[in-house]
Write a protein that binds this ligand. Sequence first.
Ligand SMILES: [Zn+2]
Ligand SMILES: [Zn+2]
Length: 261
Amino acid sequence: MHLHVLGCSGSDLPGYNLTSFLINKTILLDAGSVTSSMPLASQAEVQEILITHAHLDHIKDILFLADNLIELVARNEHGAVRVRGLAPVLESIRTHLLNDTIWPDFTVLPTFSNPVLTYAQLDPGVWVDMAGLRVVTIPVNHATAASGYLLLNPASGRHFAFTGDTGPTDRWWTFLNELPFDLENLIIEASFPNAMEELALLSRHLTPKLLRAELNKLHTRPKIYISHMKSTFSTEIQEQLHQALDGYMFHLLRDGEDIFF
Ligand SMILES: [Zn+2]
Ligand SMILES: [Zn+2]
């Protein structure tokens, strides 16, 4: 499985892109920085968008991707892109974003029968096949509704899980502990430094210390990939991760890098 990091930052600043991963060129996992991070030809390869939650830093480029693809769809050179997520997440996007006020409703454009976007609800814990992969989503603790994802290549058994944004949570870890295989790769957030634990808990994010407490809920030790650091604190967070992740293999994700699971 090929994961290209379009963006993995918790802050929108020059040189820091918001959360978005491209899987095997056709599946977007969150859409915080898509249209500014890849050329139109690559954007046109996208068929699926998996959304963790409806915060703007994870969804905003759904808008601009739809705008970029509409001509291709109108010429029947591109099918509808499926936007997938939990029902309340899709409802938030439908109501507050693609509502014909903030942005056109691309689920009825260019025509009702041939739209740029369609919504596809995912139910927690129910595996779905897409683009040769098996995918499942499990609720985490963030925003009105939020979920992490597990993507599995059934042919090779290779896989990774991505929490999205989350504070301390339980159901997610229970699910991973009950898998019929040991989790090998985990992308997880570390948004704030330890000194900001109160804000982290209020906004339902993790610090390095909270992250370690979460990992202690897991019965295995996957390789850890860190995302969503607030860039202002990234040096401090990195220093604290070295201590917090003692005993783990870990890697700080960088915008633009390629990872092969
Ligand atoms: Zn968020
Ligand atoms: Zn976020």
